[in-house]
Design a protein around this ligand. Structure first.
Ligand code: PMT
Length: 434
């Protein structure tokens, strides 16, 4: 990343937020708030039509910066405003981008501040169209969108949904969260382009009977942050996830699974075509040897007192034991209660990984469900790397930084896959210590 590769993706990034005259302009106020909340320095520019829908003072208050309205006014003495903003911005986001704005931009019109700065900037441009379905589908708008794409503009949305004109269809501006995610991707280093990455996330569930299951507290946040960060850096990402209500990150293919067995088949079936596999999922380690076909009764003799558990397949060990030539690069996690370093080092060897990320799930702000984590990354040929408490997004980027260096280093220098190969087995693994 241009600023800090291990930092939050938007911290300190200078973003020009262009707002044009669509009803969704009110949602751009929230987008502005979210961008600022993510640490970006936001400078808003509004078209005249946009100011009829939302007052510039709203954007000024939310961004903490003056709002650009007039191509002939200057916020700094002697500065030519559209040139100043064009060179200041690392990214220009236009949300909403109306049909009329897109037509002007596609024609290269510089008749207002936003149009002029868009012609003058070398920064990437992200458009979030928002308009009536018929307007979006009109051949003129489609031709403009195609031309703008061809010239390098990125698009997020429009999405299908209820529209301000009381109809339903495609044309709804993407939600602020989605635009934020697309902005992250537009600014991220593209060091994982063409890489095929598989990430696992969340908890698996092992049925005791048709109504109950064994599981754990994983929410999927860590794995989803990893998938989102990899996709933003250009990777083609498959996310194999246990049950969670988290939204699928932009551009990520998601495969939902329930049990360890389902996760094993989803992961092992795809492993040969991956460049990297990161196993952040908390796979439930045991399952009933024989799940009850009917609900277990609570009374004496109901069956619960005789539950016999067996180990679930150790997916990570199978991966470590079956790969060849150092591919895919294999990253495991170690969820511990206490200092995770020693266990992470043991799992690195036992499961034939290239890296293991250890976390103490009992530490404040770390582990299950938290938005932050505190991890140690252990690898080969160097000391453990202890990362400070940080958001899961930051941890994810730091891990991809490490993986990116492995992707360019020769496999022979780092591979100890024979260890895992000797120990891992496909399918069920009943070793006493995972
Ligand atoms: O999802 P969140 O709420 O954000 O929480 C994040 C997290 C705490 C779940 C995550 O940071 C984490 O630690 N994930 C790994 C949890 C885990 O199962 O750790 P483990 O030490 O039990 O397993 C070691 C490794 O083997 C893991 O990579 C795990 O995916 C893998 N494994 C474990 C058992 C099994 N049967 N098959 C496996 O592949």
């Amino acid at each position: 990343m241009a600023t800090d590769a291990k930092g939050e993706p938007l911290v300190g990034r200078r973003i020009i937020l262009g707002v044009t005259g669509g009803i969704a302009a009110y949602k751009s106020a929230e987008l502005c708030r979210r961008l600022v909340g993510a640490g970006a320095e936001v400078h808003c520019v509004m078209t005249e039509a946009a100011t009829k829908l939302v007052g510039p003072i709203t954007f000024e208050a939310l961004s903490g910066n003056p709002v650009g309205l007039d191509a002939f006014a200057s916020s700094e003495p002697g500065a030519i405003e559209h040139i100043r903003l064009a060179s200041l911005g690392e990214l220009v986001v236009v949300a909403p981008a109306t049909a009329s704005f897109m037509a002007r931009y596609a024609s290269g019109l510089a008749e207002d501040l936003l149009g002029a700065l868009l012609l003058a900037t070398k920064a990437p441009v992200l458009l979030a169209p928002g308009m009536n379905t018929n307007m979006w589908e009109h051949s003129a708008t489609q031709a403009n969108a195609a031309l703008l794409r061809q010239r390098g503009a990125r698009f997020v949305g429009p999405e299908e949904g209820d529209l301000a004109c009381r109809t339903r269809g495609v044309g709804r501006m993407a939600e602020p969260d989605r635009i934020l995610e697309a902005a992250e991707a537009a600014l991220a280093p593209q060091d994982l382009v063409r890489m095929k990455v598989l990430v696992t996330a969340g908890a698996t569930r092992e049925a005791l009977d048709p109504v109950r299951f064994l599981s754990n507290h994983s929410t999927g946040k860590m794995g989803f942050a990893l998938a989102r960060a990899a996709a933003s850096r250009g990777a083609k990402v498959v996310l194999v996830s246990g049950p969670t209500s988290l939204p699928t990150p932009l551009g990520v293919e998601r495969v939902d699974v329930l049990s360890a067995e389902e996760m094993a088949s989803a992961v092992l079936g795809r492993s040969r075509s991956q460049d990297v596999i990161v196993k952040a999922a908390a796979v439930t380690d045991w399952r009933p040897a024989t799940p009850a076909p009917r609900k277990l009764k609570k009374g004496p003799g109901g069956g619960a007192e005789r539950l016999i558990l067996e180990r679930t397949p150790d997916i990570l060990a199978s991966l470590g034991g079956s790969r060849r030539g150092g591919r895919p690069i294999l990253v495991g996690f170690a969820a511990e209660t206490g200092d995770p370093t020693a266990e992470a080092e043991r799992k690195l060897e036992a499961k034939g990984c290239d890296l293991v990320v250890g976390n103490d799930v009992t530490a404040e702000g770390a582990g299950f469900g938290a938005d932050t984590n505190r991890v140690v990354i252990v690898g080969r040929g160097g000391p453990p790397e202890q990362l400070p408490l940080a958001s899961k997004a930051t941890i994810a980027h730091a891990l991809w930084d490490r993986v990116a260096t492995l992707l360019v280093s020769p496999p022979r220098a780092r591979s100890k896959e024979g260890v895992g190969r000797a120990r891992g087995r496909s399918g069920t693994n009943r070793r006493s210590k995972a």
